[in-house]
Write a protein that binds this ligand. Structure first.
Ligand code: ZN
Length: 225
């Protein structure tokens, strides 16, 4: 276990660090401090996404993402064929032809800089994140997932509010970009990750995740409330 492995593990769940990880922390003062800070932060950010989503939203989203539920696969395929060409979020994600530069930069950030941002993180300020969300007129419903990390970092010349959540579809990164104005939605797919970026208020938000399903869920939750 090196410092980065340790911090990634602790971010997923500070209370469930493995024996190997704890041994690393005993020998590494800066990781021990990181662990203490992550544990303290855990309680503080647990209630961060406290805007309640409209009731039934999660069910409706899951239903819309699992069209085969309650119907045969053939019926689903027939439906999918009849919907082909419709400009839904899903088909747009499947048939995106050109990577949006901001969405692509979001993926590069997650692959190249996220770990470093975590390693050099200063104490998080949940109030700052709330303010950024407010500025972007965004509701971050509690059902989105568990917040594992919040921080600020440079992104394409402005400050990004960096949020990592664990969702039923795995880890996702949100970059709230109050000073990154945007005229239209864009998507990218690269290095095993997918992302989209959307205008929000006078700024924008980039979301990066492993699966398009995870992305769709987040997009519907955040932009339908
Ligand atoms: Zn260490």
């Amino acid at each position: 276990v090196n410092c980065l492995d340790f911090r990634r593990e602790v971010l997923v769940d500070p209370c469930a660090a493995s024996a190997d990880a704890l041994e690393h922390a005993r020998a590494c003062p800066s990781c021990a401090e990181f662990h203490a800070r992550a544990s303290a932060l855990d309680a503080e950010i647990a209630g961060l996404l406290e805007v309640p989503a409209p009731s039934g939203l999660e069910d409706r989203i899951l239903e819309s993402l699992e069209p085969s539920r309650g119907g045969s696969r053939r019926r689903f395929l027939a439906l999918a064929a009849s919907l082909a060409g419709a400009a839904t979020i899903g088909t747009a994600a499947l048939f995106a032809t050109r990577d949006d530069p901001v969405a692509l930069a979001g993926i590069d950030f997650v692959v190249e800089e996220e770990a470093n941002a975590i390693l050099t993180a200063k104490p998080a300020d949940p109030g700052e994140l709330r303010h950024a969300a407010l500025t972007l007129r965004l509701a971050l419903p509690a059902q989105l997932g568990e917040v594992r990390y919040i921080g600020t970092c440079p992104f394409r010349g402005t400050i990004a509010h960096h949020v990592i959540v664990t969702t039923p579809q795995g880890k996702a990164t949100l970059l709230l970009l109050p000073d990154q104005g945007l005229t239209e939605r864009g998507e990218a797919s690269s290095r095993g990750l997918r992302s989209f970026v959307r205008p929000a208020g006078r700024g924008s938000v980039a979301v990066i995740a492993e699966s398009s399903r995870g992305l769709e869920r987040i997009e519907r939750m955040v932009w339908s409330s």
